[in-house]
Write a protein that binds this ligand. Structure first.
Ligand code: NAP
Length: 345
């Protein structure tokens, strides 16, 4: 148990083989660091848990460097400036930071963005108004390019990215079909988010249900999942369909070579050619220059009720490993955020 004078930190102890477990993490209490001239001391209020962190736990070659063994786990945070020796920040400022899985952190101010708590709950800077919401906006509009009347399908539809994809598709006049796991998530996607249809990927006849929900085929598939969801979607793609490949969460715990089966690549490539498909992977940061437009539009949509969001809060930094393991199994319901400390005090 850390006191207010201790910095609780969660370190990567070992690299997972397959699904991560609690044994891959170590929780320790360290002294709260002292800011030097030009630095601020941040008290972390909220920690974002995101699927990309599974990649950072692995040493496999990727688009970003892995977390080192013994290092603090990486992560986006909302924090309060509790001591400032930096001219640009005063005590009490709330900032978006990338401070990782710990309760205090030092910063020289680079990469910090001040948040206005009177405009939106500050936790939204980690979700609907932050990286996941932006991922949905940039990937859907730049690559997916949905047109009015088209059918847009998105998996992990109740989650941070998928929920925004379907709602923007509807704002653009397209028909949004969600794929989600379980009755509660499906009801939320249909009734609260207003998607036109939703299909449960746990259903034994999931491919048939998806085909029935997409009777005119699929014009845009926003890929968040991979695996058996992709297998069900692929035959339904229309000529000139666009597929922004955003994530493959169903495959993140796979070990190299663990999936066997028939080689479907030749048949896939035949359809890519004969249907003139566009399949384009992306990492959201390549579209960073669109962030101001996204933030303005998404803020307006939230204010007018066109864009809804759901946050799934977990209390206590010590519960982050378990919550993160659950994210990779679909146990979260909405944008997963750890409440590390209360804003007051
Ligand atoms: N390219 C980029 O720049 C970028 C940026 C952000 C996120 N992403 C990707 O976007 C995707 C969604 O991320 P998010 O932050 O919005 O997470 P999220 O949807 O809030 O949470 C993950 C969801 O994925 C689904 N899931 C987990 N394991 C699954 C499995 N084995 N099979 C099928 N579904 C599974 C679960 O939903 P159900 O229970 O409904 O299945 C789970 O709730 C991830 O693949 C992530 O890596 C990419």
């Amino acid at each position: 148990m850390a006191t207010a004078d201790e910095n609780k930190r969660i370190l990567l102890l070992s690299r997972p083989v397959g699904s991560p477990s609690a044994d891959n993490f170590r929780i320790e209490n360290a002294p709260v660091p002292e800011p030097s001239e030009g630095e601020v001391l941040l008290k972390i209020l909220y920690l974002s848990l995101d699927p990309y962190m599974r990649g950072r736990m692995s040493a496999a070659k990727s688009y970003a460097k892995p977390v080192g063994i013994g290092d603090v786990m990486e992560g986006g945070t909302v924090a309060k400036v509790v001591r400032s020796r930096h001219p640009g920040f005063t005590e009490g400022d709330i900032v978006l930071s990338h401070s990782g899985w710990q309760s205090f952190a030092l910063s020289d101010g680079r990469g910090l963005r001040k948040l206005d708590a009177t405009r939106a709950p500050v936790s939204t800077a980690l979700g609907v108004l932050g990286m996941p919401g932006f991922t949905a906006y940039a990937g859907l509009l730049t690559i997916g390019k949905p047109k009015a009347g088209e059918t847009v399908v998105v998996a992990a539809a109740s989650g941070a990215v998928g929920s925004v994809v379907g709602q923007i598709a509807r704002i653009r006049g397209a028909r949004a079909v969600g794929i989600a796991g379980g009755a509660a998530k499906c009801a939320f996607v249909r009734n609260e988010l207003g998607f036109d249809a939703v299909v449960d990927h746990h259903a034994p006849d999931f491919p048939a249900q998806l085909a029935a929900a997409c009777s005119d085929g699929i014009d845009v598939y926003f890929e968040n999942v991979g695996g058996k969801v992709w297998d069900a979607v692929f035959p339904l793609l229309n000529d000139f369909a666009r597929v922004p490949v955003c994530g493959l969460i169903a495959q993140y715990n796979d070990q190299p070579g663990s999936r066997s089966g028939p080689d479907r690549l030749p048949a896939t490539m035949r359809d890519v050619l004969s249907k003139s498909l566009l399949i384009r992977g992306f990492i959201q940061r390549e579209f960073a220059d669109q962030f101001p437009d996204f933030h303005r539009e998404a803020s307006e949509w939230i204010a007018s009720g066109k864009l809804r969001y759901k946050e799934d809060f977990v209390d206590g930094l010590e519960n982050a490993p378990e919550a993160f393991i659950g994210l990779l199994e679909g146990r979260n319901f909405g944008k997963l955020i750890v409440r590390v400390a209360p804003a007051e005090g």
